[in-house]
Write a protein that binds this ligand. Structure first.
Ligand code: ADP
Length: 612
Protein backbone atom coordinates (compact mmCIF):
# COMPACT_ATOMS: atom_id res chain seq x y z
CA UNK A 1 0.00 0.00 0.00
CA UNK A 2 1.27 3.45 -0.84
CA UNK A 3 1.96 5.78 2.04
CA UNK A 4 -0.69 8.39 2.66
CA UNK A 5 0.48 11.92 3.30
CA UNK A 6 -1.41 13.88 5.91
CA UNK A 7 -1.07 17.20 7.57
CA UNK A 8 -0.45 17.76 11.23
CA UNK A 9 -3.23 19.42 13.19
CA UNK A 10 -2.59 23.18 13.34
CA UNK A 11 -1.80 23.09 17.03
CA UNK A 12 0.68 20.30 16.46
CA UNK A 13 2.36 22.18 13.67
CA UNK A 14 2.78 25.23 15.91
CA UNK A 15 4.28 23.20 18.70
CA UNK A 16 6.58 21.37 16.35
CA UNK A 17 7.96 24.64 15.10
CA UNK A 18 8.49 25.75 18.66
CA UNK A 19 10.18 22.60 19.70
CA UNK A 20 12.48 22.55 16.73
CA UNK A 21 13.36 26.18 16.40
CA UNK A 22 13.10 27.91 19.70
CA UNK A 23 13.63 25.48 22.48
CA UNK A 24 17.18 24.40 21.95
CA UNK A 25 18.46 24.19 25.48
CA UNK A 26 18.76 20.71 26.84
CA UNK A 27 18.33 18.45 23.87
CA UNK A 28 19.29 15.35 25.85
CA UNK A 29 15.80 15.08 27.20
CA UNK A 30 14.46 13.72 23.91
CA UNK A 31 15.82 10.37 25.01
CA UNK A 32 14.12 10.58 28.37
CA UNK A 33 10.81 11.33 26.64
CA UNK A 34 11.11 8.45 24.19
CA UNK A 35 12.20 5.98 26.88
CA UNK A 36 9.37 7.13 29.07
CA UNK A 37 6.86 6.52 26.25
CA UNK A 38 8.43 3.11 25.58
CA UNK A 39 8.22 2.19 29.22
CA UNK A 40 4.57 3.27 29.38
CA UNK A 41 3.92 1.09 26.33
CA UNK A 42 5.45 -1.89 28.17
CA UNK A 43 3.38 -1.11 31.27
CA UNK A 44 0.23 -1.03 29.17
CA UNK A 45 0.98 -4.39 27.59
CA UNK A 46 1.81 -5.93 30.97
CA UNK A 47 -1.54 -4.73 32.22
CA UNK A 48 -3.50 -5.91 29.18
CA UNK A 49 -1.80 -9.31 29.42
CA UNK A 50 -3.28 -9.82 32.86
CA UNK A 51 -6.58 -10.62 31.22
CA UNK A 52 -5.25 -11.88 27.87
CA UNK A 53 -1.93 -13.67 28.30
CA UNK A 54 -1.81 -14.47 24.57
CA UNK A 55 -0.91 -10.84 23.87
CA UNK A 56 2.61 -11.53 25.08
CA UNK A 57 3.02 -14.29 22.48
CA UNK A 58 6.51 -15.77 22.41
CA UNK A 59 8.05 -12.55 23.69
CA UNK A 60 7.05 -12.30 27.33
CA UNK A 61 10.17 -10.38 28.45
CA UNK A 62 9.41 -6.71 27.97
CA UNK A 63 12.32 -4.43 27.21
CA UNK A 64 13.47 -1.24 25.59
CA UNK A 65 16.28 -1.50 23.06
CA UNK A 66 18.67 1.19 22.06
CA UNK A 67 20.99 1.04 19.06
CA UNK A 68 22.89 3.29 16.68
CA UNK A 69 23.98 3.07 13.06
CA UNK A 70 27.02 5.28 12.64
CA UNK A 71 27.03 5.05 8.83
CA UNK A 72 23.43 6.01 8.40
CA UNK A 73 23.72 8.37 11.38
CA UNK A 74 20.58 7.05 13.02
CA UNK A 75 19.63 6.07 16.52
CA UNK A 76 16.76 3.70 17.25
CA UNK A 77 14.67 3.35 20.39
CA UNK A 78 12.48 0.26 20.26
CA UNK A 79 10.11 -1.38 22.69
CA UNK A 80 8.12 -4.61 22.53
CA UNK A 81 5.18 -3.07 24.36
CA UNK A 82 1.60 -2.42 23.37
CA UNK A 83 2.30 -0.83 19.95
CA UNK A 84 -0.01 1.30 17.82
CA UNK A 85 -2.22 0.55 14.84
CA UNK A 86 -2.82 2.92 11.95
CA UNK A 87 -5.52 4.95 13.64
CA UNK A 88 -3.52 5.28 16.83
CA UNK A 89 -0.41 6.39 14.98
CA UNK A 90 -2.39 9.13 13.31
CA UNK A 91 -4.18 10.07 16.47
CA UNK A 92 -1.22 9.99 18.84
CA UNK A 93 1.57 11.27 16.67
CA UNK A 94 -0.35 13.34 14.14
CA UNK A 95 -2.36 15.47 16.46
CA UNK A 96 -1.78 16.61 19.94
CA UNK A 97 -5.09 15.25 21.00
CA UNK A 98 -4.43 16.18 24.56
CA UNK A 99 -6.65 18.77 26.05
CA UNK A 100 -3.60 20.53 27.40
CA UNK A 101 -2.40 21.79 24.02
CA UNK A 102 -4.20 25.06 24.18
CA UNK A 103 -2.97 25.48 27.72
CA UNK A 104 0.56 24.78 26.57
CA UNK A 105 0.44 27.50 23.97
CA UNK A 106 -1.05 29.93 26.44
CA UNK A 107 1.61 29.30 29.02
CA UNK A 108 4.57 29.82 26.74
CA UNK A 109 6.64 32.52 28.30
CA UNK A 110 9.42 33.08 25.82
CA UNK A 111 11.82 31.78 28.44
CA UNK A 112 13.31 28.85 26.59
CA UNK A 113 14.25 26.78 29.57
CA UNK A 114 10.90 27.21 31.18
CA UNK A 115 9.05 26.47 27.94
CA UNK A 116 11.04 23.35 27.29
CA UNK A 117 10.08 21.97 30.65
CA UNK A 118 6.47 22.42 29.68
CA UNK A 119 6.82 19.94 26.86
CA UNK A 120 6.72 16.98 29.18
CA UNK A 121 3.95 18.47 31.22
CA UNK A 122 1.74 18.99 28.20
CA UNK A 123 2.25 15.62 26.65
CA UNK A 124 4.16 16.62 23.57
CA UNK A 125 7.17 14.53 24.56
CA UNK A 126 7.42 12.60 21.32
CA UNK A 127 7.96 15.78 19.34
CA UNK A 128 11.12 16.54 21.25
CA UNK A 129 12.81 14.03 18.92
CA UNK A 130 12.76 16.71 16.23
CA UNK A 131 15.21 18.71 18.30
CA UNK A 132 17.94 16.32 17.23
CA UNK A 133 16.43 14.56 14.20
CA UNK A 134 15.66 15.91 10.76
CA UNK A 135 13.52 12.88 10.04
CA UNK A 136 11.75 10.47 12.36
CA UNK A 137 10.53 7.05 11.23
CA UNK A 138 8.23 5.04 13.48
CA UNK A 139 7.44 1.38 12.91
CA UNK A 140 4.70 -0.05 15.04
CA UNK A 141 2.54 -3.12 15.38
CA UNK A 142 -0.10 -3.38 18.00
CA UNK A 143 -0.02 -6.38 20.33
CA UNK A 144 -2.60 -8.92 19.18
CA UNK A 145 -2.80 -7.49 15.63
CA UNK A 146 -1.08 -8.77 12.50
CA UNK A 147 -0.53 -5.68 10.37
CA UNK A 148 2.36 -3.31 11.04
CA UNK A 149 2.57 0.34 9.98
CA UNK A 150 5.19 2.94 9.32
CA UNK A 151 4.87 6.62 10.13
CA UNK A 152 7.39 9.17 9.06
CA UNK A 153 7.84 12.88 9.15
CA UNK A 154 10.39 15.63 8.82
CA UNK A 155 8.48 17.67 11.30
CA UNK A 156 7.51 20.21 8.70
CA UNK A 157 3.77 20.28 8.62
CA UNK A 158 3.03 16.81 7.30
CA UNK A 159 3.61 13.14 7.94
CA UNK A 160 3.10 9.91 6.03
CA UNK A 161 1.53 6.67 7.17
CA UNK A 162 1.50 3.36 5.35
CA UNK A 163 1.43 -0.38 5.89
CA UNK A 164 4.73 -2.12 6.49
CA UNK A 165 5.76 -5.73 6.56
CA UNK A 166 7.86 -7.64 9.10
CA UNK A 167 7.21 -5.19 11.88
CA UNK A 168 7.73 -6.75 15.28
CA UNK A 169 5.37 -6.18 18.17
CA UNK A 170 5.65 -2.76 19.76
CA UNK A 171 7.16 0.44 18.51
CA UNK A 172 10.51 1.27 17.03
CA UNK A 173 11.50 4.89 16.55
CA UNK A 174 14.42 5.75 14.29
CA UNK A 175 15.88 9.23 14.44
CA UNK A 176 17.87 10.48 11.43
CA UNK A 177 20.14 12.89 13.21
CA UNK A 178 20.59 16.49 12.15
CA UNK A 179 23.99 17.47 10.77
CA UNK A 180 25.63 18.56 14.02
CA UNK A 181 24.15 15.99 16.39
CA UNK A 182 26.69 13.21 16.02
CA UNK A 183 27.38 13.09 19.75
CA UNK A 184 24.23 11.03 20.10
CA UNK A 185 25.88 8.24 18.14
CA UNK A 186 28.31 7.76 21.00
CA UNK A 187 27.58 4.86 23.30
CA UNK A 188 28.96 6.54 26.42
CA UNK A 189 27.01 9.67 25.80
CA UNK A 190 23.80 7.66 25.52
CA UNK A 191 24.67 5.63 28.58
CA UNK A 192 25.23 8.79 30.56
CA UNK A 193 21.87 10.23 29.48
CA UNK A 194 20.01 7.05 30.35
CA UNK A 195 21.71 6.87 33.76
CA UNK A 196 20.88 10.47 34.45
CA UNK A 197 17.26 10.53 33.40
CA UNK A 198 15.92 7.03 33.14
CA UNK A 199 17.74 4.92 35.68
CA UNK A 200 14.57 4.25 37.67
CA UNK A 201 12.55 3.09 34.67
CA UNK A 202 11.41 -0.37 35.66
CA UNK A 203 11.73 -1.85 32.19
CA UNK A 204 15.35 -2.66 31.24
CA UNK A 205 16.92 -0.34 28.68
CA UNK A 206 19.35 -2.44 26.68
CA UNK A 207 21.97 -1.04 24.36
CA UNK A 208 23.06 -3.24 21.49
CA UNK A 209 26.36 -2.18 19.95
CA UNK A 210 27.29 -2.56 16.30
CA UNK A 211 28.86 -5.94 17.00
CA UNK A 212 25.61 -7.15 18.49
CA UNK A 213 26.74 -7.08 22.13
CA UNK A 214 24.08 -6.21 24.73
CA UNK A 215 24.50 -4.01 27.77
CA UNK A 216 21.84 -2.84 30.18
CA UNK A 217 22.10 0.91 30.81
CA UNK A 218 19.59 1.45 33.62
CA UNK A 219 19.38 -0.36 36.91
CA UNK A 220 15.84 -1.33 36.00
CA UNK A 221 14.38 -1.77 39.44
CA UNK A 222 11.46 0.20 40.64
CA UNK A 223 12.99 3.04 42.63
CA UNK A 224 10.23 3.02 45.21
CA UNK A 225 11.07 -0.56 46.24
CA UNK A 226 14.64 0.32 47.18
CA UNK A 227 15.53 1.36 50.72
CA UNK A 228 15.69 5.12 51.22
CA UNK A 229 19.32 4.92 52.30
CA UNK A 230 20.31 3.62 48.88
CA UNK A 231 18.67 6.39 46.92
CA UNK A 232 20.47 9.63 46.27
CA UNK A 233 18.78 13.02 46.14
CA UNK A 234 19.61 13.17 42.45
CA UNK A 235 17.84 9.88 41.81
CA UNK A 236 14.78 11.07 43.65
CA UNK A 237 14.89 14.30 41.70
CA UNK A 238 15.12 12.52 38.35
CA UNK A 239 12.28 10.23 39.30
CA UNK A 240 10.19 13.23 40.26
CA UNK A 241 10.93 14.97 36.99
CA UNK A 242 9.98 11.93 35.00
CA UNK A 243 6.83 11.06 36.86
CA UNK A 244 5.54 14.54 37.56
CA UNK A 245 6.81 16.25 34.42
CA UNK A 246 7.98 19.07 36.63
CA UNK A 247 11.35 20.78 36.80
CA UNK A 248 11.05 22.34 40.22
CA UNK A 249 12.36 20.84 43.43
CA UNK A 250 9.34 19.27 45.07
CA UNK A 251 7.93 20.95 48.15
CA UNK A 252 7.44 17.61 49.83
CA UNK A 253 8.71 14.08 49.25
CA UNK A 254 7.09 11.13 50.92
CA UNK A 255 8.64 7.73 50.49
CA UNK A 256 7.55 4.86 52.65
CA UNK A 257 5.98 1.53 53.14
CA UNK A 258 2.80 0.59 54.96
CA UNK A 259 2.77 -2.83 56.54
CA UNK A 260 0.25 -4.80 58.52
CA UNK A 261 -3.33 -5.37 57.44
CA UNK A 262 -2.44 -4.08 54.04
CA UNK A 263 0.91 -3.59 52.48
CA UNK A 264 1.88 -0.95 49.99
CA UNK A 265 4.81 1.22 49.01
CA UNK A 266 4.47 4.83 48.05
CA UNK A 267 6.67 7.52 46.65
CA UNK A 268 4.79 10.78 46.47
CA UNK A 269 5.68 14.38 45.81
CA UNK A 270 4.03 17.73 46.13
CA UNK A 271 5.32 20.12 43.48
CA UNK A 272 6.54 23.58 44.28
CA UNK A 273 4.74 25.13 41.36
CA UNK A 274 1.20 24.81 40.17
CA UNK A 275 0.68 22.20 37.45
CA UNK A 276 -1.42 23.63 34.64
CA UNK A 277 -4.07 20.94 34.78
CA UNK A 278 -5.05 21.21 38.42
CA UNK A 279 -8.58 22.16 37.55
CA UNK A 280 -8.92 20.14 34.39
CA UNK A 281 -11.66 17.57 34.88
CA UNK A 282 -9.92 14.91 32.76
CA UNK A 283 -6.65 15.14 34.58
CA UNK A 284 -7.80 15.36 38.10
CA UNK A 285 -5.59 12.77 39.68
CA UNK A 286 -2.04 12.05 38.74
CA UNK A 287 -0.86 9.39 41.13
CA UNK A 288 -0.06 6.14 39.40
CA UNK A 289 -1.37 2.96 40.87
CA UNK A 290 0.78 -0.16 40.61
CA UNK A 291 -0.03 -3.60 41.87
CA UNK A 292 3.06 -5.66 42.64
CA UNK A 293 5.17 -3.57 40.22
CA UNK A 294 2.58 -3.77 37.42
CA UNK A 295 1.26 -0.41 36.32
CA UNK A 296 -2.54 -0.32 36.56
CA UNK A 297 -3.80 3.16 36.07
CA UNK A 298 -3.15 6.81 36.53
CA UNK A 299 -6.57 8.27 35.93
CA UNK A 300 -9.93 6.85 36.85
CA UNK A 301 -8.84 4.98 39.96
CA UNK A 302 -9.24 6.88 43.16
CA UNK A 303 -6.10 6.06 45.02
CA UNK A 304 -6.05 9.55 46.50
CA UNK A 305 -8.97 11.89 47.15
CA UNK A 306 -9.67 14.63 44.63
CA UNK A 307 -8.66 17.35 47.01
CA UNK A 308 -5.11 15.97 47.15
CA UNK A 309 -4.80 15.94 43.37
CA UNK A 310 -1.68 18.12 43.47
CA UNK A 311 0.20 14.98 44.52
CA UNK A 312 2.40 13.29 41.95
CA UNK A 313 4.01 9.89 42.24
CA UNK A 314 3.14 6.24 42.65
CA UNK A 315 1.44 3.85 45.01
CA UNK A 316 2.27 0.16 44.65
CA UNK A 317 -0.03 -2.29 46.44
CA UNK A 318 0.94 -5.82 47.39
CA UNK A 319 -2.63 -6.93 48.12
CA UNK A 320 -4.94 -5.67 45.39
CA UNK A 321 -5.94 -8.28 42.82
CA UNK A 322 -4.20 -7.91 39.47
CA UNK A 323 -6.51 -9.46 36.98
CA UNK A 324 -9.60 -7.35 37.37
CA UNK A 325 -10.83 -4.39 35.40
CA UNK A 326 -10.18 -0.88 36.62
CA UNK A 327 -13.88 -0.46 37.28
CA UNK A 328 -13.94 -3.44 39.64
CA UNK A 329 -10.77 -2.24 41.25
CA UNK A 330 -12.36 1.10 41.93
CA UNK A 331 -14.97 -0.50 44.14
CA UNK A 332 -12.51 -2.73 45.98
CA UNK A 333 -12.71 -1.89 49.69
CA UNK A 334 -8.97 -2.30 50.00
CA UNK A 335 -8.45 0.62 47.66
CA UNK A 336 -10.59 2.75 49.89
CA UNK A 337 -8.53 1.77 52.90
CA UNK A 338 -5.27 2.59 51.19
CA UNK A 339 -6.74 5.94 50.23
CA UNK A 340 -7.84 6.56 53.80
CA UNK A 341 -4.51 5.75 55.34
CA UNK A 342 -2.52 7.69 52.72
CA UNK A 343 -4.74 10.72 53.22
CA UNK A 344 -4.11 10.73 56.94
CA UNK A 345 -0.41 10.31 56.38
CA UNK A 346 -0.27 13.22 53.94
CA UNK A 347 -2.31 15.53 56.15
CA UNK A 348 -0.09 14.80 59.11
CA UNK A 349 3.04 15.47 57.02
CA UNK A 350 1.51 18.76 55.92
CA UNK A 351 0.93 19.66 59.53
CA UNK A 352 4.55 19.00 60.36
CA UNK A 353 5.67 21.09 57.41
CA UNK A 354 3.41 23.96 58.38
CA UNK A 355 4.94 24.00 61.83
CA UNK A 356 8.55 23.51 60.87
CA UNK A 357 8.88 25.28 57.56
CA UNK A 358 6.38 28.12 57.56
CA UNK A 359 7.95 29.97 54.67
CA UNK A 360 7.78 27.14 52.18
CA UNK A 361 4.45 26.08 53.55
CA UNK A 362 3.06 29.46 52.66
CA UNK A 363 4.15 28.94 49.08
CA UNK A 364 2.54 25.52 49.07
CA UNK A 365 -0.59 27.06 50.49
CA UNK A 366 -0.79 29.73 47.82
CA UNK A 367 -0.45 27.05 45.15
CA UNK A 368 -2.79 24.41 46.49
CA UNK A 369 -4.71 25.72 49.47
CA UNK A 370 -7.88 26.25 47.46
CA UNK A 371 -7.73 22.65 46.23
CA UNK A 372 -7.12 21.23 49.68
CA UNK A 373 -10.12 23.13 51.05
CA UNK A 374 -12.35 21.28 48.59
CA UNK A 375 -11.88 18.42 51.03
CA UNK A 376 -13.96 20.33 53.56
CA UNK A 377 -16.88 20.33 51.15
CA UNK A 378 -16.50 16.76 49.98
CA UNK A 379 -16.86 14.89 53.22
CA UNK A 380 -16.78 15.26 56.95
CA UNK A 381 -13.95 12.79 57.11
CA UNK A 382 -10.66 14.33 58.15
CA UNK A 383 -12.35 17.70 58.47
CA UNK A 384 -10.52 18.69 61.60
CA UNK A 385 -7.21 17.46 60.22
CA UNK A 386 -7.73 19.54 57.09
CA UNK A 387 -8.75 22.62 59.04
CA UNK A 388 -5.62 22.26 61.15
CA UNK A 389 -3.42 22.80 58.12
CA UNK A 390 -5.48 25.59 56.55
CA UNK A 391 -4.02 29.08 56.42
CA UNK A 392 -5.97 32.32 56.22
CA UNK A 393 -5.54 36.02 55.77
CA UNK A 394 -6.75 38.01 58.71
CA UNK A 395 -7.39 41.54 59.94
CA UNK A 396 -4.69 41.06 62.57
CA UNK A 397 -1.65 40.71 60.39
CA UNK A 398 -0.36 40.65 56.84
CA UNK A 399 0.93 37.11 57.29
CA UNK A 400 -1.14 34.01 56.93
CA UNK A 401 -2.50 32.59 60.13
CA UNK A 402 -4.07 29.31 61.15
CA UNK A 403 -7.12 28.58 63.24
CA UNK A 404 -5.27 27.55 66.37
CA UNK A 405 -3.44 30.86 66.36
CA UNK A 406 -6.72 32.69 65.81
CA UNK A 407 -8.32 30.95 68.77
CA UNK A 408 -5.30 31.60 70.97
CA UNK A 409 -5.52 35.32 70.21
CA UNK A 410 -9.28 35.59 70.67
CA UNK A 411 -10.58 37.13 73.90
CA UNK A 412 -11.84 34.62 76.40
CA UNK A 413 -15.49 33.85 75.94
CA UNK A 414 -15.52 34.46 72.16
CA UNK A 415 -17.47 31.51 70.84
CA UNK A 416 -17.19 32.28 67.15
CA UNK A 417 -14.53 32.36 64.50
CA UNK A 418 -15.47 35.46 62.53
CA UNK A 419 -14.85 35.78 58.82
CA UNK A 420 -15.54 38.07 55.92
CA UNK A 421 -15.50 36.70 52.43
CA UNK A 422 -14.59 38.64 49.30
CA UNK A 423 -12.23 38.85 46.35
CA UNK A 424 -9.77 41.56 47.21
CA UNK A 425 -8.00 41.58 50.56
CA UNK A 426 -7.16 45.28 50.43
CA UNK A 427 -10.77 46.23 49.78
CA UNK A 428 -12.00 43.78 52.39
CA UNK A 429 -9.82 45.36 55.05
CA UNK A 430 -11.71 48.62 54.44
CA UNK A 431 -15.16 47.05 54.54
CA UNK A 432 -17.82 48.72 56.65
CA UNK A 433 -18.73 45.27 57.93
CA UNK A 434 -15.50 45.21 59.94
CA UNK A 435 -15.78 48.54 61.72
CA UNK A 436 -17.20 47.30 64.98
CA UNK A 437 -14.80 44.37 65.04
CA UNK A 438 -11.80 46.59 64.54
CA UNK A 439 -12.89 48.96 67.25
CA UNK A 440 -13.23 46.13 69.73
CA UNK A 441 -10.06 44.40 68.65
CA UNK A 442 -11.86 41.28 67.45
CA UNK A 443 -9.93 39.46 64.74
CA UNK A 444 -11.73 38.57 61.52
CA UNK A 445 -10.45 36.06 58.97
CA UNK A 446 -10.54 37.19 55.36
CA UNK A 447 -11.73 34.46 53.00
CA UNK A 448 -10.75 34.99 49.40
CA UNK A 449 -11.23 31.63 47.69
CA UNK A 450 -14.60 30.78 46.18
CA UNK A 451 -14.44 27.41 47.86
CA UNK A 452 -14.47 29.11 51.27
CA UNK A 453 -18.09 30.12 50.82
CA UNK A 454 -19.01 26.52 50.25
CA UNK A 455 -17.28 24.69 53.03
CA UNK A 456 -18.17 27.28 55.60
CA UNK A 457 -21.81 27.07 54.58
CA UNK A 458 -22.02 23.52 55.84
CA UNK A 459 -22.31 24.82 59.39
CA UNK A 460 -18.79 23.91 60.28
CA UNK A 461 -17.10 24.50 63.53
CA UNK A 462 -13.54 24.04 64.64
CA UNK A 463 -12.63 22.88 68.13
CA UNK A 464 -16.01 23.90 69.44
CA UNK A 465 -16.05 27.32 67.79
CA UNK A 466 -18.54 28.10 65.09
CA UNK A 467 -17.58 29.91 61.89
CA UNK A 468 -19.64 33.04 61.59
CA UNK A 469 -19.77 35.58 58.77
CA UNK A 470 -19.56 39.20 59.86
CA UNK A 471 -22.32 39.94 57.37
CA UNK A 472 -24.87 38.09 59.51
CA UNK A 473 -27.65 40.30 60.80
CA UNK A 474 -27.65 38.85 64.28
CA UNK A 475 -24.15 39.99 65.10
CA UNK A 476 -24.25 41.97 68.30
CA UNK A 477 -20.98 43.44 69.32
CA UNK A 478 -22.51 45.91 71.76
CA UNK A 479 -21.36 44.73 75.13
CA UNK A 480 -22.45 45.67 78.61
CA UNK A 481 -22.63 49.40 79.17
CA UNK A 482 -23.52 49.99 75.57
CA UNK A 483 -27.22 49.43 76.26
CA UNK A 484 -29.59 51.93 74.73
CA UNK A 485 -32.04 53.76 76.97
CA UNK A 486 -35.78 53.83 76.47
CA UNK A 487 -35.89 57.17 74.61
CA UNK A 488 -33.19 56.10 72.20
CA UNK A 489 -35.07 52.91 71.61
CA UNK A 490 -38.20 54.83 70.69
CA UNK A 491 -36.20 57.05 68.30
CA UNK A 492 -34.59 54.00 66.76
CA UNK A 493 -37.95 52.37 66.18
CA UNK A 494 -39.18 55.48 64.39
CA UNK A 495 -36.07 55.56 62.28
CA UNK A 496 -36.46 51.95 61.29
CA UNK A 497 -40.07 52.53 60.35
CA UNK A 498 -39.11 55.52 58.22
CA UNK A 499 -36.50 53.50 56.30
CA UNK A 500 -38.87 50.58 55.86
CA UNK A 501 -41.61 52.79 54.50
CA UNK A 502 -39.27 54.43 52.04
CA UNK A 503 -37.52 51.27 50.81
CA UNK A 504 -40.52 48.97 50.77
CA UNK A 505 -39.80 45.53 49.39
CA UNK A 506 -36.30 46.42 48.24
CA UNK A 507 -35.20 45.22 51.67
CA UNK A 508 -36.15 42.25 53.75
CA UNK A 509 -35.87 44.24 56.94
CA UNK A 510 -34.23 47.32 58.43
CA UNK A 511 -32.34 47.02 61.70
CA UNK A 512 -30.30 49.13 64.03
CA UNK A 513 -26.69 48.03 63.63
CA UNK A 514 -24.70 46.71 66.52
CA UNK A 515 -21.45 46.65 64.63
CA UNK A 516 -21.17 49.74 62.42
CA UNK A 517 -18.88 52.53 63.63
CA UNK A 518 -18.07 55.07 60.93
CA UNK A 519 -20.29 54.03 58.03
CA UNK A 520 -23.97 54.93 57.96
CA UNK A 521 -25.31 51.67 56.53
CA UNK A 522 -24.45 48.15 55.43
CA UNK A 523 -26.24 45.10 54.05
CA UNK A 524 -26.52 41.89 56.02
CA UNK A 525 -28.19 38.54 55.63
CA UNK A 526 -30.38 36.69 58.07
CA UNK A 527 -29.13 33.58 59.81
CA UNK A 528 -29.88 30.65 57.56
CA UNK A 529 -29.79 32.73 54.35
CA UNK A 530 -27.02 32.44 51.87
CA UNK A 531 -24.00 34.66 52.39
CA UNK A 532 -23.76 37.63 50.01
CA UNK A 533 -20.69 36.54 48.08
CA UNK A 534 -21.84 32.93 47.79
CA UNK A 535 -25.14 34.08 46.35
CA UNK A 536 -23.39 36.29 43.83
CA UNK A 537 -21.09 33.44 42.84
CA UNK A 538 -24.04 31.11 42.23
CA UNK A 539 -25.82 33.80 40.25
CA UNK A 540 -22.78 34.27 38.05
CA UNK A 541 -22.67 30.52 37.50
CA UNK A 542 -26.36 30.68 36.55
CA UNK A 543 -27.22 28.42 39.43
CA UNK A 544 -29.57 30.97 40.93
CA UNK A 545 -32.10 33.00 38.93
CA UNK A 546 -31.90 36.11 41.11
CA UNK A 547 -30.58 37.30 44.41
CA UNK A 548 -32.55 37.50 47.63
CA UNK A 549 -33.47 40.75 49.30
CA UNK A 550 -31.13 41.75 52.10
CA UNK A 551 -31.43 43.36 55.49
CA UNK A 552 -30.28 46.98 55.74
CA UNK A 553 -28.43 47.82 58.92
CA UNK A 554 -28.29 51.45 59.93
CA UNK A 555 -25.90 53.17 62.27
CA UNK A 556 -27.91 55.48 64.57
CA UNK A 557 -24.75 57.28 65.67
CA UNK A 558 -23.81 58.43 62.19
CA UNK A 559 -24.40 62.13 61.38
CA UNK A 560 -26.33 61.37 58.23
CA UNK A 561 -28.65 58.98 60.02
CA UNK A 562 -29.04 61.41 62.88
CA UNK A 563 -30.00 64.18 60.50
CA UNK A 564 -32.54 61.90 58.85
CA UNK A 565 -33.97 61.17 62.29
CA UNK A 566 -34.30 64.82 63.17
CA UNK A 567 -35.66 66.01 59.82
CA UNK A 568 -38.26 63.35 59.25
CA UNK A 569 -40.56 65.49 57.16
CA UNK A 570 -38.00 66.96 54.78
CA UNK A 571 -38.78 66.24 51.14
CA UNK A 572 -35.21 65.11 50.43
CA UNK A 573 -35.24 62.43 53.08
CA UNK A 574 -36.73 59.79 50.79
CA UNK A 575 -34.01 60.36 48.21
CA UNK A 576 -31.31 60.26 50.84
CA UNK A 577 -32.54 56.95 52.21
CA UNK A 578 -32.55 55.47 48.72
CA UNK A 579 -29.06 56.76 48.08
CA UNK A 580 -27.81 55.21 51.29
CA UNK A 581 -29.35 51.91 50.30
CA UNK A 582 -27.63 52.09 46.91
CA UNK A 583 -24.37 52.87 48.64
CA UNK A 584 -24.74 49.75 50.74
CA UNK A 585 -25.25 47.73 47.55
CA UNK A 586 -22.15 49.23 45.94
CA UNK A 587 -20.07 48.47 49.02
CA UNK A 588 -20.95 44.81 48.75
CA UNK A 589 -20.19 44.76 45.06
CA UNK A 590 -23.85 44.21 44.22
CA UNK A 591 -25.57 45.58 41.12
CA UNK A 592 -27.81 48.62 41.54
CA UNK A 593 -31.41 47.82 40.74
CA UNK A 594 -32.29 51.29 39.52
CA UNK A 595 -29.29 53.03 38.03
CA UNK A 596 -31.34 55.86 36.55
CA UNK A 597 -32.93 56.66 39.92
CA UNK A 598 -29.52 56.51 41.59
CA UNK A 599 -27.98 58.95 39.11
CA UNK A 600 -30.86 61.41 39.32
CA UNK A 601 -30.73 61.46 43.11
CA UNK A 602 -26.99 61.77 43.25
CA UNK A 603 -27.03 64.64 40.74
CA UNK A 604 -29.68 66.38 42.76
CA UNK A 605 -27.61 66.24 45.95
CA UNK A 606 -24.40 67.26 44.22
CA UNK A 607 -26.12 70.24 42.65
CA UNK A 608 -27.43 71.33 46.02
CA UNK A 609 -24.03 71.01 47.60
CA UNK A 610 -22.42 73.14 44.91
CA UNK A 611 -25.14 75.76 44.69
CA UNK A 612 -25.38 76.19 48.44
P1 ADP B 1 2.56 11.70 26.16
O1 ADP B 1 3.49 10.54 26.25
O2 ADP B 1 2.87 12.77 27.16
O3 ADP B 1 1.11 11.33 26.14
P2 ADP B 1 3.72 11.97 23.53
O4 ADP B 1 3.61 13.02 22.48
O5 ADP B 1 5.07 11.65 23.98
O6 ADP B 1 2.80 12.43 24.73
O7 ADP B 1 3.01 10.68 22.98
C1 ADP B 1 1.70 10.75 22.49
C2 ADP B 1 1.06 9.39 22.55
O8 ADP B 1 1.61 8.51 21.59
C3 ADP B 1 1.22 8.67 23.86
O9 ADP B 1 0.28 9.08 24.82
C4 ADP B 1 1.02 7.21 23.45
O10 ADP B 1 -0.37 6.91 23.37
C5 ADP B 1 1.58 7.19 22.06
N1 ADP B 1 2.95 6.66 22.06
C6 ADP B 1 4.09 7.36 22.05
N2 ADP B 1 5.17 6.54 22.06
C7 ADP B 1 4.67 5.27 22.11
C8 ADP B 1 5.27 3.96 22.14
N3 ADP B 1 6.60 3.79 22.16
N4 ADP B 1 4.42 2.90 22.16
C9 ADP B 1 3.08 3.06 22.16
N5 ADP B 1 2.48 4.26 22.13
C10 ADP B 1 3.25 5.36 22.09
Amino acid sequence: MAKKTRKFGTETAKILQLVIHSLYTNKDIFLRELISNASDACDKLRFAAQSDAALLGDEPELKISLSVDKDKRTITIADNGIGMNEAELAENLGTIAKSGTQGFLEQLSGDKKQDLSLIGQFGVGFYSSFMVAEKVVVHSRKAGEGQGYVWESKGEGEYKIGEASNVSRGTSITLHLRADEDTYLDKFRLQHIVKTYSDHVATPVIFTDEEGKDEQFNSGTALWMRPKSEISDEQYQEFYKAIAHQIDEPFLRLHGKAEGVMEYNYLLFIPNTKPFDLFHPDRMRRVKLYVRRVFIAEEGVEIIPRYLRFLRGIVDSEDLPLNVSRETLQSNPLLERIRGSLTKKILSELKKKSEKDAENYEKFWNNFGAVLKEGLCESLENREQILEVCKFRSTESDNLTNLDEYIARAPEGQKEIYYLSGEDVAAMRESAQLEGFKKRGIEVLLFTDNVDDFWVQAGHEYKGKEFKSVTRSDIDLAGEGEETDAQDEKDNDDLVELFKKELGDKVKDVRISKKLESSPVCLTVAEGDMDIRMERFLREQQQLPHGSTKILEINPNHTLIKSIASAKANADIGDLINLLYDQALIQEGEKLGDIKGFSTRLAKFLEKALVA
